[in-house]
Design a protein around this ligand. Structure first.
Ligand code: SAM
Length: 241
């Protein structure tokens, strides 16, 4: 069974990268199916209007609920998660990506302007899970680039999409830590050496070094991640470092 992704947007051409690279190959191999839908096909006025002034006044325009209701009636299979990107959402995480990858598919609703009338997400929750999520603490002009980010994070976790399973399992955030540095040939480059332990052939020593580098990097760049680890994730010796 392939993983089904549907994206509803007023800029369908913005989603062209969904057919490129790793994901493009997964589509070709039948592991993933992608549908991109122009929201304006569900408008019924000559101007194909999707926005209107906000109730209560204020700057900008809000996306009207009617086209979204019709679009979701047509596109979203019952029970499928609806993902609504918004800077006011819950932060998107690797854990979320892994949970979504275990579902049959996802539908994404790309907002523009000041976002989508809130009743769309509220109404859609009657038909299945709805996640209002943010990809970071900054504001984009539209949800399309956020969808590209989330789709890439989810689909590379699907079985068969990334050739080497281990590379996914040892990535940053897979175990709550950042991955340490990586090196390849040559052993000396412009006066910079590869850490000697990596050339030693001693697999236990290399594993210890990688674990130490992962902890060191996480402590210096993302102490919040270390603080959030469960009590048994670190040994007493690691906790003291
Ligand atoms: N008025 C909204 C607010 O302050 O929360 C911002 C709307 S933003 C200009 C337009 C659209 O861009 C949003 O509806 C959403 O689809 C997308 N967007 C902007 N920033 C985002 C973020 N950090 N994460 C996910 N989507 C985002």
């Amino acid at each position: 069974m392939s993983f089904r992704i549907d994206v509803i947007t007023i800029f369908p051409e913005y989603l062209a990268p969904l057919r490129q690279s790793l994901l493009g190959k997964a589509v070709e191999r039948g592991l993933v199916e992608v549908g991109v839908h122009d929201l304006r096909q569900w408008t019924d006025d000559v101007h194909r209007t999707v926005d209107d002034a906000p109730y209560g006044g204020g700057a900008g325009m809000v996306m009207k609920p009617e086209p979204w209701g019709q679009a979701l009636d047509a596109v979203r299979p019952a029970g499928t998660r609806l993902v609504v990107p918004t800077p006011a959402g819950e932060p998107f995480t690797q854990r979320m990506a892994a949970a979504w990858a275990a579902e049959p598919g996802l539908v994404f609703a790309c907002g523009r302007y000041e976002g989508i009338d809130q009743r769309v997400a509220d109404w859609a929750a009657d038909a299945g899970p709805v996640s209002e999520v943010s990809i970071g603490d900054y504001v984009l002009a539209g949800g399309e680039s956020a969808v590209l980010v989330m789709v890439e994070a989810v689909t590379r976790l699907l079985p068969g999409v990334v050739g080497n399973r281990e590379s996914v399992e040892y990535d940053s955030h897979a175990d709550g830590l950042l991955e340490g540095p990586s090196y390849t040939r040559p052993a000396t480059w412009r006066g910079h050496e590869v850490p000697p332990v990596l050339l030693s052939g001693d697999h236990a020593a290399i594993a210890r070094w990688r674990r130490a580098e992962s902890l060191r990097r996480t402590a210096s760049r993302r102490p919040d991640l270390l603080a959030a680890l469960p009590a048994d994730a670190l040994t007493d010796a690691e906790r003291d470092v």
